[in-house]
Design a protein around this ligand. Structure first.
Ligand code: PEP
Ligand code: MG
Length: 575
């Protein structure tokens, strides 16, 4: 039966394909449909696994080693209790019967639901018990792996397009999907500027977040249409709708190809204002797409992605090679590399501690300043690579003069250590700061005095100014780049930097939103950095704009505070 789901489109375009359901990639479990006559056998397999784990616990309990701490017994009892709860011992069987799926999948789905419930518990002790649930589930999965299950038929047509359907994906998961070919992906949770959405955008495939129940409602292999522009998913469409969308997809793709022809056209407005259009990248391989779309520099290389999906840390040599690869590929064009912005929603695998409020915790430069040895490795690698092109070093989340000074001291230490080794580097390498904490925007003078360039990170600036967690879909509707507070901050920061003669760019998602291009031009922005896919659209807008005709309306927007009026003025600007 056909039905429609609505979410937040984070990357435009249309995809049509077969659904492929996954759990979080980290604990990925295969999912397949079990034919009706095999369901009783699959249920029996699940029951056998539960019995096996129960026996394991009984065995452990009966042979507690002498001198073992008292917690050991309590721990086994707790796990036995979790195992015997109907939520784990019975509910997965119902899922197997209802969804006709394999036992592993049923157990995993139930685990995700339980972990979600634990996450909402206020009491931190009880909340942490979700880790115990995961451990018990791991035992069940292990027991299942020892019992032969139903073997699904081989995948059908290898050319078939796949739509990835997940409850949630971390930025680290999404970056892994860069290596696989999916036509689209859709998730139940997530906000527009979450890093998951940002990486999705960089894949240049239609994607939607905040669908709430997609993974529950969509079945493996079902035909799905994803309209990333409207944020709509149509499941099991009827033939008329399907052919209508096939035609729309053809038109959308043709339009994109058309725009790519602008690749070598300079971004100059009708009144002769030159604009730099740079690309945001996550990994060195993304440079190719940046060049294809006509980027004249890399405005943001989110270097922290080099640290994800691995159990060790990249050493100086590995980082140096990655940075040098990007600089060389850009052949003399500027490459702005941001020092790692770990913490918040991008944790390395060795990170044990989960802060209560990660976005306000030890993130980005704060983390670097508490672990100077790790930071120095990156600084040395960056400086060494600066010899091969035009590297600019960008520091995330700086908020105060003292953080700027401490960072500069560490950079001086990295330089001195290279001098001691006799290793060459570019002595004029520019050091800049992200402006993404409201405190930095409001106390900009010190940033203008002490740094060589600035880049506005509107994703975080909006998150922190409007107090909305960018990863939380429950507040995603409050994300508002046109909020009067944001407009004032942006116009003030861009104006002050221009006046002081300090280069300023904007590298948050606002830079790639073509409906805001003229507004930002009117505020005086001349350097935009965005995901490559947006470059042609934004360039097209720039070459059709006369900046002298924008000023009056932009000033009116700065004085307005009624959302409808602001939207009306924006529409006038874009006419
Ligand atoms: C931003 O905050 O706008 C930004 C570009 O950085 P990130 O999205 O990586 O936090
Ligand atoms: Mg940021």
């Amino acid at each position: 039966m056909s039905f429609t789901l609505h979410g937040i489109g984070v990357s435009g375009g249309i995809a049509i394909g077969h659904a492929h359901l996954v759990s979080n990639a980290r604990t990925e479990v295969n999912h397949y449909v079990v034919p009706p006559h095999q369901v009783p056998e699959e249920s029996a397999r699940f029951d056998a696994a539960i019995r096996a784990v129960r026996a394991e616990f009984d065995e452990l309990r009966a042979h507690v080693p002498e001198g073992a701490p008292a917690e050991f017994t309590a721990f086994i009892d707790l796990h036995r209790m979790i195992l015997n709860d109907t939520m784990l011992a019975v509910e997965p069987r119902r899922i197997i019967e209802r969804e006709q799926c394999n036992a592993e999948w049923a157990v995993k789905v139930q685990m995700d639901a339980l972990v979600d419930q634990f996450d909402t518990i206020e009491d931190s002790y009880l909340r942490e018990r979700s880790a115990d649930v995961v451990q018990v589930v791991e035992r069940i999965l292990k027991a299942l792996s020892g019992t032969p299950g139903y073997v699904p038929p081989p995948d059908g047509d290898p050319d078939q397009e796949l739509i990835l359907v997940a409850r949630d994906l971390s930025p680290a998961d999404v970056v892994q999907f860069k290596q696989r070919d999916f036509a689209s992906f859709i998730t139940d949770v997530g906000g527009v500027t979450s890093h998951t959405a940002i990486v999705a955008r960089s894949l240049n495939i239609p994607s939607i977040v905040a669908l709430h129940h997609a993974r529950e409602l969509i079945r493996e292999r079902e035909i799905v249409i994803v309209d990333g522009t409207l944020g709509v998913v149509i499941v099991d469409p009827d033939p008329r709708v399907l052919s209508e969308y096939q035609e729309r997809r053809r038109r959308f793709d043709a339009g994109r190809q058309q725009l790519k022809r602008l690749r070598d056209t300079r971004a100059v407005t009708l009144d002769g204002v030159e604009v730099e259009l740079h690309a945001n990248i996550e990994l060195p391989e993304d440079v190719e797409q940046a060049l294809e779309n006509g980027a004249t520099g890399i405005g943001l290389f989110r270097s922290e992605f080099l640290f994800l999906n691995r159990s060790d840390l990249p050493d100086e040599e590995e980082q140096f090679e990655a940075y040098r690869k990007v600089v060389r590929a850009m052949r003399g064009m500027p490459v702005t590399i941001r020092t790692y912005d770990l913490g918040a929603d991008k944790q390395t695998e060795d990170e044990q501690r989960l802060p209560t409020n990660p976005a306000l915790g030890l993130r980005a430069i704060r983390l670097c300043l508490t672990e100077p040895q790790r930071f120095l490795i990156q600084l040395r690698a960056l400086l060494r690579a600066s010899r091969y092109g035009k590297i600019k070093i960008l520091i995330p989340m700086l908020a105060s003069a003292s953080e700027i000074e401490q960072t500069q001291q560490l950079i001086a230490r990295a330089r001195a250590s290279l001098d001691d080794d006799g290793t060459p580097y570019d002595r004029d390498v520019m050091i800049g700061s992200m402006i993404e904490v409201p405190a930095a925007a409001l106390a900009l003078d010190v940033f203008l005095r002490k740094l060589d360039f600035l880049s506005i990170g509107t994703n975080d600036l909006i998150q922190y100014t409007l107090a909305i967690d960018r990863t939380d879909e429950a507040v995603a509707h409050l994300y508002d780049p046109l909020h009067p507070a944001i407009l004032k901050l942006l116009s003030m920061v861009i104006g002050s930097a221009n006046k002081a003669g300090i280069p300023i760019a904007l590298c948050g998602e606002m830079a790639g939103d073509v409906t805001l291009t003229r507004l930002l031009l009117a505020f005086g922005l001349r350097n935009f950095s965005m995901h490559s896919a947006h470059l042609p659209d934004v360039k097209q807008c720039i070459i059709n704009t006369d900046t002298s005709k924008l000023i009056r309306t932009a000033r009116q927007m700065l004085r307005a505070d009624d959302p409808m009026k602001l939207l009306g003025l924006l529409a006038r600007l874009n006419r």
